[in-house]
Design a protein around this ligand. Structure first.
Ligand code: 6PG
Length: 249
């Protein structure tokens, strides 16, 4: 299980940006475009801020980039709980660098009921990927304290989904914000060319240790351990604080 540990959050965020830039270069060279799946939650914010600022923003091939989300809360896009809404301030900076509105594929979480929002995004992805698998060139995933990824929570029926790419999921009562969600399913996640788990800070040390320690056999009890992309093992991008030590390695 590939793991990369950076000594602090600043170095971790820079490493995240470099991973995105490298993936963008490879995808653009091989496929003429770069499809990036963004993680929700708060962890990735320092990565996104760096990516959308100098000097890194100018290094990205924004005119051929497409941005997607791994999941969304069922709220309006300007709601502070919205994963898209949390990105909006830096997304607007990229319009001048060639990222057109049509290249930002947000999940319409505000659509009611959530199942319809999920169906709309599923249909959108199938149209975008022209009948092939949802092969994101890079899919970023945060890690919940209960081991959830996207909005696939432990013991959820959505974990057994083997056909739909997007489903509505309801968070267990102990996950904030306690709102309905729309999430990529494991078939969609596992179709990605590259998956990177992002975790930083001491608060994630426990779940990171549990997830890294799982090696089978049998069915894991953490959704993160069910992520097995066809194109290669996910990379864990961690800072030293979420490994419970102060020095990177
Ligand atoms: C969401 C996220 C979710 C997130 C984890 C970690 O919509 O909440 O997509 O999967 O990545 O819950 O959240 P933090 O990064 O805020 O700890």
């Amino acid at each position: 299980m590939p793991v990369r540990v950076l000594p602090d959050q600043a170095a971790w965020a820079r490493a995240g940006v470099e991973l995105i830039l490298d993936a963008a270069r490879r995808a653009t060279a091989q496929r003429g475009r770069f499809c990036l799946g963004l993680a929700g939650g708060g962890t990735p914010a320092p990565v996104y801020e760096l990516l959308a600022g100098a000097p890194w923003a100018e290094m990205m091939p924004w005119p051929v980039c497409h941005l997607f989300w791994g999941d969304e809360r069922c709220v309006l896009p300007d709601d502070p709980r919205s994963n898209f809404g949390a990105c909006r301030h830096w997304l607007t900076r990229l319009a001048g660098l060639g990222l057109a509105a049509g290249q930002v594929h947000r999940i319409p979480g505000e659509t009611s009921p959530p199942a319809r929002a999920a169906h709309l995004y599923d249909t959108h992805l199938r149209g975008f990927f022209a009948g092939g698998p949802p092969a994101f060139d890079l899919l970023l995933l945060g890690l919940g304290a209960d081991g959830h990824i996207a909005s696939l929570f432990p013991h959820s029926l959505a974990l057994a989904e083997d056909a739909a790419w997007v489903l509505a999921t309801g968070p267990p009562p102990d996950v904030k914000p306690a709102v309905a969600r729309v999430s990529l399913t494991l078939p969609a996640i596992n179709a990605a060319h590259q998956v990177v788990f992002l975790a930083s800070g001491a608060a994630k040390a426990g779940i990171v240790a549990r997830a890294l320690a799982w090696s089978g056999p049998g069915t894991p009890d953490l959704p993160v351990s069910l992520v097995r992309p066809a194109h290669g093992e996910p990379l864990w991008l961690l800072d030293a604080q979420c490994l419970g030590n102060q020095s990177g390695s």
